[in-house]
Design a protein around this ligand. Sequence first.
Ligand code: SF4
Ligand code: SF4
Ligand code: SF4
Length: 680
Amino acid sequence: MEKLLDYTKYKLKPKEEIVELIKDKDNLFVFVCGKCYKEFASVIPEDCKELYPILKENGKNVVECETIDFLCNRHHLDIRKSGFQDGLKKSDNVLVLSCGVGIQTVANFLEDKPVYAVADTIPQEGQHGIALYNNKCAGCATCFLTATQGICPITNCTKELVNGPCGGAKNGKCEVSKDKDCGWEKINQRLKVTEFNFWELPVQFHKYNRVNFKISNKYNTAVREKRSRNFYGGVYPFENKEYTSEKPIQQFPEPETVEIPLSQHTGAVCESLVKVGDVVKVGQKIGDSKSFISAPVHSSVSGKVTAIETKPHPVIPSGVTTITIKADGKNEYHESVKANKEYEKLSKDNLIDIIRDKGIVGLGGAQFPTYVKFKSPKPIDTLILNGCECEPYVTADDRLMIEHPEEIVGGMKILMKILGLQKGYIAIETNKPQAIEAVKKTINNLNLTSAIEIAELPTKYPQGSERMLIKKVTGKDVPLGGLPLDVGVVVNNVGTSFAVYNAVVNGLPLIKRIVTVTGEKIKNKLNLEVKIGTPVSEILDYCGADLKDGDYVLKMGGPMMGLLQKSLEVPVIKGTTSLLVTKKPDIKLSSERSCIKCGRCVDVCPMELYPLYYWYYKNSKSQNVKAELDNTGLDILNSKSKHGATNCIECGCCEYICSSKLPLIDNIKEMKKEAREVKS
Ligand code: SF4
Ligand code: SF4
Ligand code: SF4
């Protein structure tokens, strides 16, 4: 398995070598590879930070710099071409900052421009390079590609000659293997694009002794350290929270009509308690179920029921029975919505009943009925409020903690009372300093410092996942296939705590929530307080979404775990943390590509699974592969196995990092289904 963990790495060439290289060259165009290291955002800019001063100090004109993800994949260059074509035309020389595979790909792409390597590839055991094309790199750490204009003599010449051809080639074919083109013939052709005279170079040595293990080890150690920080695996996607993190919560205007689905929770769908023509008020219960795992739904407006029919739903593709209510604009509250000044005297059972009756569900996106967690058959010794909000872009919880810390802490006190706990934790990632400050201040003001502790956690995705959070805060491992209650822990989102407070103290059911509306296609990016049932299309309109050209992707939730929405005709539901509208990605996920066994999915999986094996299992046409996988002992169809697909938490890290952009999550969902069928 070790070999799966290797993938290409590179480092900038020594300064003196770069100075020598550029001394007679100007009007430079620089290509930088933005992966394999995209998740370590600092690595590429650090390299550039070193490269640019060298170019500047030497008085060079840098026409343009273009960062391309997976530069080794020609497809990525082709689709970005229109954006950098002009700059390229104006430049005379092209520098490439990437591994040996990326540089070779650029050389193929720019047949008539001189290309120079400013990096050396760090040797790694195992597979090198992630190119989907024929270019290869042996990782010898002494890149000859500058001299040979982007055609590697090591991997193209059978004898690995670095000073010229052996002379045995016939009709352009290698004397060792007649099926193979002579690498030096190709280099000769390619050298015509530059005035540089290779044949005048002093004799070059294939200097394996130049491998600087000090550098590569330091590099590898840094990568591993970052990977294992807090928990194994995970990724560091661009956060993009700055779009809305400073935007105070605004109230979205009263909707004229709301559409309230009878399922906005895990568990049984509710039955309608109203009929068409009924007049309802704000907070009136309009749907409920007798099932244990379910949660009632309430009207978020006062008005008249105009339809009860199956409508599109953001989570359930087949749609769900939905109650449409035309608002009368009076916003009259139902008699059941009344404040309870004596709430501190309520018993544990009364409190649980209120939480159920007011339809409180997990607001982090999971929508699990909250009251069920508090009827645990197992003893609970720890409560954790989850304020990590590790999904990029989303800032709804962040703003809620900044603006409503009293209600969140108040809700936590109620939950701790139910569980009979003296101690609880609020976990917040350190990228939310204002939230940490606000919650801390509230805890101090309420003299709760010995009862509630803030766990400040380093920012890393998916820190907010229950399993990672519990491990970090309590040191406990939730067993495979188990639940937090198996280790005596209940986790609730901070938004849920806020909703619990409002339900118990103000008698308010869950009829509104905070939604972050964000993404490149949104003009006015905002944090909005929105009534449940408000049509998504109205919110997008309000925020100036640019949807006309159809070049957009709408997700409900964040980019990692959010659900892709095919229709704008869906309403906001209890679990809607965010509406994210971005441009369609240049590179789409496609099952047409192949897994190249780069192993990066293994590297980032916080559940320590082997996602590529699931891919092979579902997609390989060869029965041998399945048989081989069965022989690995990984037992991937068994839910009790450490490597079983059912252990996947669908965090999306593997899909995010996948070199081949494979739709790994859909594949895993199918795998899980198959595993369940095998079980039954
Ligand atoms: S010269 Fe060595 S490091 Fe450079 S591309 Fe070729 S094999 Fe890779
Ligand atoms: S989605 Fe599943 S397999 Fe992929 S990284 Fe997350 S837990 Fe691992
Ligand atoms: S599934 Fe993707 S990330 Fe994993 S090994 Fe294959 S190509 Fe690499």
